[in-house]
Design a protein around this ligand. Sequence first.
Ligand code: MG
Ligand code: MG
Length: 255
Amino acid sequence: MVEIKNGEALEAMRDAGRVVARCLAAARETAAVGVSLIELDKAAHDVIRQAGATSPFLNYHPSFAPTPFPAVICASVNDAIVHGIPDDYVLRDGDLVSIDCGATLNGWTGDAATSFIVGTPRPADLLLIETAEKALAAGIAAAVAGARIGDISHAIGSVGRAGRYGIPSGFGGHGIGREMHEDPHVPNEGRPGRGFRLKPGLALAIEPMLMAGGGDAFRVGPDGWALRTTDGSRAAHVEHSVAITDAGPRILTLP
Ligand code: MG
Ligand code: MG
């Protein structure tokens, strides 16, 4: 179902989005060489509790997964693209970390993700993250009333392919509102002028995922959750929840 939100609902989504931004900042500030992924999850969970929010990630159990998700963040390190379960892995110098987090506040949800390097960065990793951020910015810029989902997909895919990066097909963004995952699906590659028409009040999570190796293949790890590259190359994932408004795209998950 696609729900068109009124102004009041979008303000409530903005409040939820601010909580998400604070969670990501807390996880990022906690991340350092020698720190475990569980500690990043704890930092984000503290923010959610203090805000009086709840986590749409915790115990989320989609049909593809063997077990409910056990944490409030996804922590995907190096060759993990998305859906990494934060475990006792201890961060090392140069690790590329993608953190994805959601929060539900007063019945409305936000969803966002960020990628960054712990310790000493490799130039290739910085370029991968920068390109994912450019793809996100291009996708957001295309999220205007009267355009179509395919325009967002094409904008994201064009930036990713220009960088010769791989894009895992079948995964992408989504409608968001009362639930974390609503219609429509927002593919990370597509044809302009195609698909669902964008209207003011529609809210979308836009989330490019890029793989450094250039191939599009990926595999699901042994836990049934984490998506990993098949060539061992690194991946980046960035995301914002965005509303289509008469005044243009409004990012709901900024600090
Ligand atoms: Mg997300
Ligand atoms: Mg999402």
